[in-house]
Design a protein around this ligand. Structure first.
Ligand SMILES: CC(C)(COP(=O)(O)OP(=O)(O)OC[C@H]1O[C@@H](n2cnc3c(N)ncnc32)[C@H](O)[C@@H]1OP(=O)(O)O)[C@@H](O)C(=O)NCCC(=O)NCCS
Length: 165
């Protein structure tokens, strides 16, 4: 649902809602475009059953395949653990990037997290993932640690980043 933006704040052109099972095909399409080691459909299904987990979608009202009236642009998956948000996965469809979708999703996540009592957001990002690091830094995330060989596939280090909410 659209909320009016506070004075001086640009309203997001995107809509947000939680994922339902029906969204799985498009979510998997985005996931497969985004990652060389993608999550499985089963993992997404499992997230939908965890009460602490949110799969938040950014959508746009426009004609989309299969007669849908909204296009699904991207998603963020996060867990609410006590007063922290743990960001597990963020991805935007290839053709929708650099439109501010990820920024809007993370801002919406933070707003929802604050309402739920969260005071900190935390995430891990591959050391080589410059677009994602630039995105997080632009939103005020700080580098607070390094996990060596965190990604077992390629033995890549993870940078740990936090933001106050
Ligand atoms: C990272 C990702 C989610 C960014 O999504 P996006 O919707 O294109 O990002 P936005 O348009 O909201 O960008 C916001 C800011 O992030 C930074 N940014 C985003 N993509 C960037 C890129 N390719 N290069 C440099 N900076 C980038 C910029 O600061 C940008 O602001 P600007 O456009 O005003 O310069 C997207 O590239 C993606 O899905 N990548 C593959 C999956 C992935 O790596 N996810 C993160 C896992 S930790």
């Amino acid at each position: 649902m659209r909320r009016p933006a506070p004075p001086g704040v640009q309203e997001s052109p995107f809509l947000f809602r939680r994922m339902v099972e029906d969204d799985l095909d498009r979510v998997m399409e985005i996931e497969l475009q985004a990652f060389s080691h993608p999550w499985s459909a089963e993992l997404f299904r499992r997230e939908l059953t965890h009460p602490w987990s949110t799969v938040l979608l950014a959508t746009e009202p426009r004609p989309a395949p299969e007669g849908r009236r909204e296009q699904l642009l991207g998603f963020v998956i996060y867990w609410l653990v006590h007063d922290e948000l743990h960001v597990l996965n963020v991805a935007v469809a290839g053709e929708e990037r650099r439109r501010g979708v990820a920024r809007a999703l993370l801002e919406e996540m933070s707003a929802r997290g604050r309402l739920a009592g969260a005071v900190l957001a935390t995430l891990e990002v591959r050391r080589s993932n410059r677009p994602a690091i630039a995105l997080y830094e632009s939103l005020g995330y700080r580098r607070v640690g390094l996990r060596p060989n965190y990604y077992v596939d390629e033995g890549e280090d993870a940078i740990v980043m936090n933001a106050d909410l």
